[in-house]
Design a protein around this ligand. Sequence first.
Ligand code: ACO
Length: 367
Amino acid sequence: MTEAPDPARMIPDPTAGLEGVVAATTKLSHVDGENGILILRGKRIEDLAGKAPFETAVRHLWQDFDIAGGAALQAVFGQARIAAFAAVPLLEDAAPELSVFERMQLGLAALPLKGDLPDAVAIAGALPVFLAASHRIASGRVPVAPDNTLETATDLLRMLTGALPPDGHAAALNRYLVTILDHGLNASTFTARVIGSTQANLKQAVLGAMGALSGPLHGGAPGPVLDMIDAIGQPENAQAWIGEALARKERLMGFGHRIYRTRDPRADVLKAGLKLLGPDNPKVRLAEDIETAALAALKRAKPDRPLETNVEFYTAVLLDAIGIDRTLFTPLFATGRTPGWCAHVLEQRQTGKLIRPSSRYVGPQAG
Ligand code: ACO
């Protein structure tokens, strides 16, 4: 038999989704699930998100790689947006039934990587353009060309709506994009590292990572979070609605995490961002009531499994509060995470080693 794994090196339960398995070393981020701490390249997430624009946080994360030399990231991301806009006609010609996410993948697949910009910059700079253009195309509007003098978050909102956003909205989007920049060896980052380990190019790694992110157990949860909040409608309905969902064995979107056994610190960073948007948003108050009811119900339903609020719950509330359509939540997640995926691919490539585990054969033996 060609695959004969050494039993001593076998993980105890290969069906457990690699839980607890260490599959890489990284300087990029550390998720301390017991204590609810997230560190990005030596800084706690609370000291980056809300404190600096997206570009500054990306520069911090990329500091060990020669990606953009000494150039200011705001300027090179601006250049990358302008270059990417040339691919937008292709998105306009695509089949109408394609989702925004799929159109972004199409634009990325068509993005030439032979220009003056480093690949990571060209890719990370292009996704906001593809996101905004795809959304406008889907709603029958003409795509808005990028303004390379603006920060990514401000220009992204401008390309979506056609007008410069209020400062508070740009600040909230910056906070969100920084919060989700990187997060250990989650499913999409692992996917990116596996693809990168084959020496495939950065574009292929990001396309694959986007595929992993699209599922509801990973990056696809915040849209359904908002659907849940809308379906509950009033705080007094929360307990019954949640009880019935759990009785049907449904998962409450925005709760639970593979690593965190306490509150996901990103949930609080985003919740703090909501407070800065101004008081008295009734949907925010409703969300807080639903969160309280959900946590109590999960504790009763799964007393042995700590299930706390994850990043996706307040992602949904924050992005909704700044007027982002729920169909854009996963596309935005991909946009913010892309510099993280790129950094992981570059770090993985430094090992020079192909990721290729073995499998345990449990099928019938050959005659
Ligand atoms: N609601 C209800 N029950 C839950 C939830 C939830 N949100 N999350 C886990 N559980 C239950 C499971 O049903 C399971 O119960 P069982 O043992 O009786 O079958 C138990 O808790 C353990 O669940 P697993 O799926 O084994 O735990 P895992 O660590 O693999 O799951 C995950 C993590 C996928 C995030 C899960 O908590 C979930 O599905 N949450 C909802 C989706 C979500 O919010 N995803 C976004 C995650 S954050 C991110 O990826 C950016």
